[in-house]
Design a protein around this ligand. Structure first.
Ligand code: 5RP
Length: 262
């Protein structure tokens, strides 16, 4: 039976598949978290199995680590790996300067640590994630469980003086319980609608006691691979301004991990 991917999954898969080609044998690579990153991990697993690709991976979440191992990828800790050659990860929003909102999957703390410990961070995303101004997607802020209500109140107070359009701050839930991150913390999602000065917001949020890390990635990403619903992929490099277009033709194929590149 042919696998019918929705346009959004086609876009995510196409971006992930192009980015997987950036991984070379011998590299140490950070693997992101989320549905787009899962396509990446599966694509890399196929390259390990069929093409003899050999690399060591650092996973940004327990979910990604489990999937990577299932796919035959060697997973090591960040401390074992040390500095990484490359990290490839998804995003919830990205702007023209490749500033990002991340953490929709609740993994932005480890994701930021891993991306910052890499020579290069490449974002993989469907075209719908590109925005002129960040903030329509709620900004995740990881906080320690102790006194989280007080931390939330401090965040709300701090937002009064900043260039944002909304100030809603909601504890992320998992059913009836607060969501718990891999580091045992909670997440407060900030419904800001528009973030006028992401750099300033990222700095002041992290000054608040109880805040561990916010989901704004400023000056961290180096390139973005943007997938489209028809299999087109655009890769943009921030430093060089270089752009490359590719097209994948796997729509309706029996096994998307065998056929594909055009
Ligand atoms: C997880 C993340 C993800 O990269 C982000 O939420 C995008 O996810 P998806 O690829 O499923 O759209 O930051 O913490």
């Amino acid at each position: 039976m042919p696998i019918d991917l929705s346009p959004i999954d086609t876009a995510k898969f196409a971006a992930a598949r192009r980015a997987a080609r950036l991984v070379e044998s011998g590299m140490k690579v950070g693997l992101g978290t989320g549905s787009t990153a899962a396509w990446l991990v599966r694509s890399l697993g196929e390259m390990v199995r069929d093409e003899g690709l050999r690399f060591r991976a650092v996973a940004t979440s327990s979910r990604t680590a489990a999937l990577a191992r299932e796919c035959g990828i060697e997973v090591v800790s960040l401390d074992e790996a040390g500095w990484l050659d490359l990290t490839i990860d998804g995003a919830d929003e990205f702007d023209g300067a490749l500033n990002l909102i991340k953490g929709g999957g609740g993994a932005h703390l480890r994701e930021k640590v891993v991306a910052t410990a890499s020579d290069r961070m490449v974002v993989i995303a469907d075209a719908g994630k590109e925005v002129e101004t960040l903030g329509a997607f709620p900004l995740p802020v990881e906080v320690i469980p102790f006194g989280w209500r007080t931390t939330r109140a401090l965040i709300e107070e701090m937002l009064v003086g900043l260039d944002v359009l909304g100030r809603g701050a909601a504890l992320r839930m998992n059913g009836d319980e607060p969501f718990v991150t891999d580091e045992g913390n909670h997440i407060i999602d900030l419904h800001l609608n528009r973030i006028g000065n992401p750099r300033q917001l990222a700095l002041v949020l992290n000054q608040i006691p109880g805040v561990v890390e916010n989901g704004l990635f400023i000056d961290i990403a180096d390139a973005v691979v943007i997938g489209h619903g028809d299999g087109r992929v655009e890769m943009r490099d921030l430093a060089t301004g270089g752009r490359e277009e590719t097209r994948f033709d796997f729509v309706g194929r029996d096994n998307i991990f065998v056929d594909g590149e055009g």
